[in-house]
Design a protein. Structure first.
Length: 515
């Protein structure tokens, strides 16, 4: 990884009001979701709470310690200081047991299960405790239909002193009982001899025969892919990738990389097999297709399948080129967020009314900040859509919310000749880079009551745009929160894009000179 990319990643994380500084790529690859989610939560609480002077002083001290620990690559220590600070901000004592509560973690070796199958649960800690927890604890594992339901069965129960899992992690092996197919929770409870219990819950899926069906579909897809490659039928290979990704949802859920509760795996396998039926018959199941659907491509970076969500308006018939919007989700989201969230698909409704194709990349990790391979994913998705549909190259746009707002700025800065206009919402970036995109009209939206990404982030970018002579429209929503501003400004975003095409080379040069 280049020094330039590392520096860009550090700048982006700082701009996003992330607590921890200079997080290296290796840590992001392994711990990004945990570290970034906790740091954003820390900042949001700090911006929201009315803290007395004594508490604020201690919270600031812990924040500084977290930054120092992170700079030394002691990520567990950094998390400990953040959890300590959040406890104080919530009015909680940072007792040894509360530290244990924050530190303990449970992970299942697999999440897709069948009755009578044994599964190992790994119990560990995010960080070492400063003080040993006195007393004894009852450690119980149960299976439940959901977190609030009564246990169906106790799978394991142990009594003993409260352990230090940082020193000696524990692997518990339990057997799944004969329960109906469905989604369940493996619930792990630590009940001390005095005090409240700690509960950790792991989602699992029990589904008889699903593993065998997924394996058979995977083999079938591989055989068809090999046949297409031997015949050099490249046009159908992209559809095979989409079918393979639907099949691969089983493996992703099994590894805990996606939320299994949101997925109907049998339906996904049925859809994949139906696609493979058409491909085997020489037909492309995805062309021409309109509406809202999921696609995937095989990345040349690491040969992995990368998903994206696509919306094609009903008016599209291939007779003319259409405008394209790349929409970037926020931290913790994925390629489905823009269509499934935000008032249950309001962005699709606006895209249909205005006549836009919309592509939503996953961006690799949920906390990627759209740099490195995540930025490459954004541009690869754009290229995939351009290969499949008639896209007006002078009407390619980008928008995004929160982390997606930061990504909108950074991706445009690194690809200044691609986008006709941008619309970052509740984002921010590096104002020193603005001269590179002064020729790209920007609609910037932020709420002045945003506690997650302070409004100063957008104000700084807007000021830099104006100083560079760029065309910028700034909407600062009075009393607008991090979330409340998004859907009400969708029509503003489409109106902004309607009014702009990619500028000529002369116009770009003039903008670069601040004319």
């Amino acid at each position: 990884m280049s020094t330039t990319l590392l520096r860009r990643k550090a700048q982006m994380l700082f701009a996003c009001a992330v607590l921890l500084a200079a997080i290296p790529v290796s840590a992001l690859a392994q711990d990004a979701a945990q570290v970034l989610a906790v740091s954003v939560r820390f900042g949001t609480i700090k911006n929201t709470k009315q803290l007395n002077e004594q508490t604020l002083t201690e919270v600031n001290r812990l924040q500084k310690l977290a930054q120092e620990a992170n700079a030394a690559k002691h990520y567990g220590e950094a998390l400990k200081y953040m959890f300590h600070g959040m406890a104080l901000m919530d009015g909680q004592e940072w007792s040894p047991f509360n530290a244990f509560r924050a530190a303990v973690t449970v992970k299942a070796e697999r999440a897709m299960l069948e009755p009578s199958q044994a599964v190992k649960l790994h119990v560990g800690q995010l960080f070492e405790l400063d003080q040993k927890v006195d007393g004894s604890v009852n450690f119980t594992i149960t299976i439940k239909t959901d977190e609030t339901a009564p246990p169906i069965k106790v799978l394991q129960s142990l009594d003993g002193p409260i352990p230090d899992y940082a020193v000696k992690p524990y692997d518990a092996v339990v057997t799944i009982p004969d329960v109906p197919d469905g989604n369940y929770r493996l619930n792990i409870t630590f009940k001390p001899s005095a005090g409240d219990a700690i509960s950790k819950s792991i989602p699992v899926r029990v589904d008889r025969g699903l593993s065998a069906k997924a394996a058979a579909a995977k083999k079938r897809a591989a055989d068809i892919e090999a046949l297409l490659k031997s015949k050099k039928q490249d046009a159908l290979l992209s559809s095979v990738a989409t079918a393979e990704y639907q099949i691969g949802l089983f493996d992703l859920a099994n590894a805990g990389e996606i939320n299994l509760v949101r997925i109907n795996f049998n339906e996904a396998l049925a859809n994949a097999n139906a696609m493979l039926d058409q491909i085997a018959a020489g037909k492309d199941p995805l062309a021409p297709r309109r509406g809202d659907f999921k696609k995937a491509y095989r990345s040349k970076v690491d040969d992995t399948l990368q998903p994206y969500r696509l919306f094609v308006p009903t008016s599209y018939d291939g007779s003319k080129a259409y405008p394209l919007i790349i929409a970037l989700h926020g931290m913790g989201g994925d390629e489905n967020s823009y269509f499934d969230g935000y008032a249950n698909g309001a962005f699709k409704t606006a895209a249909e009314a205005h006549g836009y194709i919309v592509a939503c990349p996953k961006g690799r990790q949920s906390a990627s900040m759209y740099v490195g391979t995540a930025e490459k994913d954004v541009m690869d998705v754009l290229a995939e859509v351009q290969r499949s549909y008639r896209i007006d190259s002078d009407r390619v746009y980008m928008t995004g919310h929160s982390m997606g707002g930061f990504g909108t700025w950074s991706v445009a800065i690194n690809h200044p000749d691609v986008f006709a206009a941008i619309a970052p919402i509740a984002g921010g970036g590096n104002p020193m880079e603005i001269p590179k995109v002064a020729h790209i009209p920007a609609l910037v939206v932020h709420g002045d009551a945003d506690k997650t990404v302070p409004v100063a982030r957008s104000r700084t970018m807007v000021a830099a745009e104006k100083q560079a002579g760029g065309e910028v429209k700034y909407i600062e929503v009075p009393n607008g929160s991090h979330i409340s501003i998004v859907v009400p400004t969708f029509n503003e975003v489409f109106d902004w894009f309607d009014g702009h095409k990619r500028k000529s080379a002369d116009a770009k040069a003039a903008a670069a000179q601040g004319k």
